[in-house]
Design a protein around this ligand. Structure first.
Ligand code: PXG
Length: 443
């Protein structure tokens, strides 16, 4: 593919794009060159309203002056310092700030560079925790069907997305999965948490009975499953999981890579649901997507269990060269300042009803099978084109970008909206209107 525009590269061959239809893209590229607040701009300068906060991450909107300035200043002051046996001040400052946002005694932060690394880190901490307490037989990990926990081997093993698993061999041993909490016949067109499905948490008791609690290390779930099309937790479900884990000494990990930092109107979904997990994984919104960063929040008892033995000894043989990178820490601090100053989590909570109204109103459009709304998230299931699952969704994404000036996200034939938390009421109406145009265009 060649193109004559000065800001567009002539050769698109070398870059193997992640999770993309490379050949289709390279025939008709959807190129993004610039961004500001709620908008992207193509190289030609055409505005595209961002209905998905980049990829669920730019919660404060794009190119916010305070975050840009903090990154620029940090780059001029300290490019990198080794995170193993040395540190820079902002790493401690940011960990303290994140811990203060988290509920209960989730008081310790292990930094990573992505959600995938955060998930693998949390799973490793769970296994090691049981080991050092003399319960080394606790090796099994429990995930959930339709769960997404990134693309590391740990994450795809506990994850429940067939395409992410089937080509990659045997994965981790000793993993089991809970059933997905979604049943359209019982939950269609639900706003917020569905009433049906809380009992599905009791499956954990069945899995425990099969394997015995003494072999199970941890359960990992997204409080709200995001990537497979937005599946809010049924009322009571997370509480029941917590109770069963407590009964059996199993650690409960909430993967909040998507639900963290305001998406559901709270710093973390754990707060919305009043359920305290043993660990929370986060990424994305911590820097509003500006610099890669992820991490794991860990409860005190788990952290403290490692802090024993001779003091010169490394307590956890795990970490990344770029854990707590100075640029990411500077971006994170500026992002948290901005969230606080503009009260963006509370703002999201205040907009939830209007956002839900705007998207639930699309239910009579052609091919709409279900609409789920929660926080500042909406998912619209469209009927698949016979014999070509995902084609209607793909066409919707293309039409949205090229014709409607809209960036949306598709998961198969499900269209997803998850905009920056700075969205105005007028922009909610604008985005919902564009979704309606797109759904009609692909009918
Ligand atoms: N856990 C959860 C719950 C996620 O949503 C990851 C882990 C992995 O994060 P990294 O930073 O390694 O990508 C994610 C990522 C989508 C979509 O369209 C969602 C994600 C990534 C790409 C697309 O829903 N979430």
């Amino acid at each position: 593919m060649t193109t004559s525009h000065p800001n567009v590269p002539n050769d698109l061959e070398a870059f193997w794009m992640p999770f993309s239809s490379n050949r289709a893209f390279k025939k008709a590229p959807r190129m993004i060159a610039r961004a500001k607040d709620m908008h992207y701009f193509t190289p030609e300068g055409r505005p595209i309203i961002d209905a998905v906060a980049g990829l669920w991450c730019c919660n404060a909107g794009h190119q916010r002056d305070e975050i840009v300035a903090a990154i620029q200043a940090q780059a001029a002051e300290l490019d990198f310092s080794p995170p193993f046996q040395f540190a820079h001040p902002k790493a401690f400052q940011l960990a303290t700030r994140i811990a203060a946002l988290a509920p209960g005694d989730l008081d310790h932060v292990f930094f990573t560079n992505s959600g995938s690394e955060a998930v693998d880190t949390a799973l490793k901490i769970a296994l090691a925790y049981h080991n050092i307490r003399g319960e080394g037989a606790r090796q099994r990990l429990i995930g959930r069907e339709r769960g997404y926990h990134g693309v590391g081997f740990g994450g795809i093993s506990v994850g429940g997305i067939v395409s992410n698993r089937k080509l990659f061999g045997g994965l981790l041993n000793g993993v089991d999965h809970l059933a997905s909490t979604y049943d359209r016949s019982k939950q269609a067109f639900t706003r917020g948490e569905p009433d049906w499905g809380g009992h599905l948490a009791d499956e954990l008791d069945r899995i425990v009975a099969l394997h015995d609690a003494s072999t199970i290390a941890a359960v990992i779930v997204e409080p709200m499953a995001g990537s497979t099309g937005v599946l809010p937790p049924p009322t009571g479900y997370l509480e029941r999981l917590r109770a069963i884990c407590d009964k059996h000494g199993i650690l409960l990990i909430f993967d909040e890579v998507i639900s963290g930092f305001g998406r559901l109107g709270f710093a973390f979904a754990a707060e919305r649901y009043g359920v305290l997990p043993d660990m929370i994984t986060f990424a994305k919104g911590v820097t509003s997507g500006t610099v890669p960063m992820g991490g794991v929040l860990v409860r005190s008892a788990i952290h403290d269990a490692f802090m024993r033995g001779p003091e010169h000894v490394v307590e956890l043989f795990h970490g990344y060269t770029y854990s707590a990178h100075p640029l990411a820490c500077a971006a994170g601090l500026a992002t948290l300042d901005l969230y606080a100053r503009e009260d963006l989590f509370v703002r999201a909570r205040g907009l939830e009803e209007k956002f839900g109204d705007a998207f639930q109103a699309l239910r009579d459009l052609p091919n709409v099978l279900d609409i789920r709304t929660i926080g500042l998230v909406a998912a619209i299931d469209l009927a698949a084109i016979d014999g070509s699952p995902g084609l209607r969704g793909y066409r919707a994404m293309e039409h949205a970008f090229h014709e409607a000036g809209l960036l949306l996200r598709v998961a198969g034939d499900t269209l997803v909206a998850t905009p920056p938390l700075i969205i105005s009421e007028e922009q909610i109406a604008e985005i919902a209107g564009k979704f309606a145009d797109v759904i009609r265009a692909v009918a």
